[in-house]
Design a protein around this ligand. Structure first.
Ligand SMILES: Nc1ncnc2c1ncn2[C@@H]1O[C@H](COP(=O)(O)OP(=O)(O)OP(=O)(O)O)[C@@H](O)[C@H]1O
Ligand SMILES: [Mg+2]
Length: 283
């Protein structure tokens, strides 16, 4: 992985893309990476389900994409740095947005956004929409990503989804990187091994964790998820990080308290400079 990486999290609907993207963002932040988490699915805006407290101050990705020109300054103005984890900033659609809320944008705009984002964060993590036809950012993220994390789940719908979509991804422009295949949200009663065989090439399994389901249900995904029940899940996240990061970056450092200065990475620096100004404007 290069210093500034673009990672796309994509897979079948409801497979755990958003949950996994948030947990990966936290794991990367613990490894001193500044992360821009881009939630680009307008079908079901997720920012307010990830950071409900910050969401009120958050401006929509749709507005940003509708500006006459995209600049780094504008991108920073729209990114929402998380109080609980200042190394992570969120950018996505607002509660109430839908696919008709903003003018449609083209592929070139999506390329511009991802290119600018890449200059601002150590890692740009894109929580993609499953349905690529409705969302140019997800499609372009799959084309440009250094790594694609492909999530499957143990059900027939997921099998049908991949049977339909994988032929579309055989085009050379989607073959820049080899995807990391993950079997996600595997419940004890499900036969993960059999599904792994059917999907083929599964490298990591993320088990179902009741506490994680609770976090998702109560908009607390940024809470810590540790303990015995989550151990196998956290091992899976570490395995994915191991496939993404070079060895020397692969160990978590002590959590950074929200009130202390963050590492020297750009997103924390720039956002910290800009964010107090924006808070002042809000008053
Ligand atoms: N490892 C897990 N353990 C328990 N529950 C999980 C796990 N992963 C995902 N879930 C549950 O599965 C549901 C779907 O997760 P998530 O929203 O992340 O999927 P998604 O792929 O982003 O969905 P969409 O296609 O709607 O964007 C959530 O309600 C979440 O609680
Ligand atoms: Mg999602």
């Amino acid at each position: 992985m290069t210093e500034k990486s673009l990672i796309a999290v994509w897979g079948s609907p409801n497979s755990g893309k958003t949950v996994t993207a948030v947990k990966l963002a936290q794991a990367l932040a613990a490894r001193k990476q500044n992360v821009l988490l881009l939630c680009c699915d307008a079908l079901c805006p997720s920012v307010s389900t990830i950071a409900p407290q910050g969401a009120a101050k958050h401006s929509s990705l749709g507005e940003l994409l509708s500006l006459p020109a995209l600049t780094q300054e504008e991108l920073l103005r729209y990114a929402l740095p998380l109080d609980v984890s200042p190394q992570i900033a969120l950018l996505g659609y607002k509660k109430g947005d839908n696919v008709f809320s903003y003018p449609s944008y083209d592929r070139e705009r999506a390329v511009d956004l991802l290119t600018l984002a890449r200059h601002l964060a150590d890692v740009v993590l894109v929580d993609c929409a499953s349905y690529l036809s409705v969302d140019p950012i997800s499609t372009v993220a799959l084309e440009l990503a250094d790594s694609v994390i492909r999530l499957h789940s143990c059900d027939l719908k997921s099998l049908m989804f991949f049977a339909s979509y994988l032929p579309l991804l055989t085009d050379a422009r989607f073959r820049r990187s080899t995807p990391i295949s993950v079997l996600s949200n595997v419940k004890p009663e499900q036969d993960g091994r059999e599904y792994s065989e059917v999907f083929g090439g599964i490298q990591v399994t993320l088990p179902h964790v009741a506490a994680l389901e609770q976090q998702a249900a109560s908009a607390r995904l940024l809470d810590d998820c540790s303990g015995k029940e989550a151990a196998a899940y956290n091992t899976g996240i570490r395995q994915i990080i191991g496939l993404l990061l070079p060895q020397d970056l692969n160990h978590p450092s002590k959590p950074v308290p929200a009130s202390s200065p963050t590492s020297s990475g750009k997103i924390a620096d720039v956002l910290q400079r800009l964010w107090p100004k924006r808070r002042g404007e809000d008053k």
